[in-house]
Design a protein around this ligand. Structure first.
Ligand SMILES: C[S@@+](CC[C@H](N)C(=O)[O-])C[C@H]1O[C@@H](n2cnc3c(N)ncnc32)[C@H](O)[C@@H]1O
Length: 261
């Protein structure tokens, strides 16, 4: 593996996210922007954690209830707690996971993602999600596209500002999946003044601008699929664990899970 060139001068999405999640894989530029955003919008840390907990509940549902054993995780982020393969393989060790990201730092940490249990597989693809043919060709080397696949695009579609482009990319990926596959996504939403201000600061100081969408725009990504209950909601309220007391706090991060008919 060639040593990737890492731009440490500008804040990068995966690294700032890692900082909010309490990780160490970030640089001063990431911490500076991340801390400033946390001042404007203290809810970001809760949102980042709620986002990860949503991923855990989605993958758990897919393995336990839907019988899915293959995952394509686009916009992986830096390895943290409860990565997709860890959640899936803890429940079904034979699970196969393909991760896709285009950040060189994620690539340099990919080995940490490749710690599959022997019964399953984990692969990493260094690619831009704007190139679905390339991503799908690489995924086909490791996943069986005649059997259901769980496609997850978490916290990543907001990096594609144009709605039509984002929708057509989701369509390209979903179209490649067999019936019975599932698609889950979540993203930051323009549902509070603080998150809008935080996104403006982020966009002025980062390598990859984040485009906030309304919950309705996020729901459109699931068009043509069977959206599972409770639909597209604040991720903390998507099938919260029964141990959670009362209704979990709303976060400006919406997501859902749908089945391909
Ligand atoms: C906010 S992080 C989300 C990480 C993880 N999915 C999560 O929910 O915790 C967004 C990730 O998307 C990746 N990303 C952004 N644009 C991308 C693109 N065009 N192709 C592939 N990955 C991309 C970034 O490098 C980053 O790792």
């Amino acid at each position: 593996m060639n040593e990737p060139v890492i731009d440490t001068a500008t804040a990068h999405s995966a690294r700032v996210w890692n900082h909010w999640l309490g990780g160490k894989d970030n640089y001063p530029a990431d911490r500076e922007v991340g801390d400033h955003i946390r001042e404007i919008f203290p809810g970001i840390v809760t949102a980042a954690r709620a986002d990860r907990a949503f991923l855990v509940r989605v993958v758990t549902h897919l393995v336990r209830e839907a019988g899915v054993r293959q995952f394509l995780d686009i916009g992986t982020g830096l390895p943290t707690a409860n990565n997709t393969h860890e959640v899936a393989q803890a429940l079904a060790p034979e699970s196969r996971v393909v991760y896709v990201d285009n950040d060189p730092l994620v690539l340099s940490h990919a080995r940490a993602l490749l710690t599959s249990v022997p019964e399953g597989t984990t692969h990493y693809v260094d690619a831009d999600m704007h190139e679905p043919e390339k991503v799908l060709a690489a995924a086909r080397e490791h996943l069986d596209f005649t059997r259901p696949i769980g496609l997850t695009i978490m916290g990543t579609l907001g990096h594609i500002a144009d709605d039509a482009t984002a929708r057509s990319l989701v369509r390209a990926y979903v179209d490649a999946l067999p019936s019975g596959s599932h698609f889950a996504a979540n993203d930051s939403t323009n549902t509070s003044a603080e998150v809008v201000e935080a996104a403006e600061h982020w966009n002025a100081n980062s390598a990859a601008p984040m485009h906030l969408r309304s919950p309705e725009r996020i729901e459109e990504f699931f068009d043509g699929m069977e959206l599972l209950e409770p639909g597209v909601v604040s991720v903390s309220r998507w099938r919260p664990d029964t141990t959670d007391a009362g209704v979990p706090e709303h976060v400006d991060q919406y997501g859902g899970l749908a089945r391909k008919p």
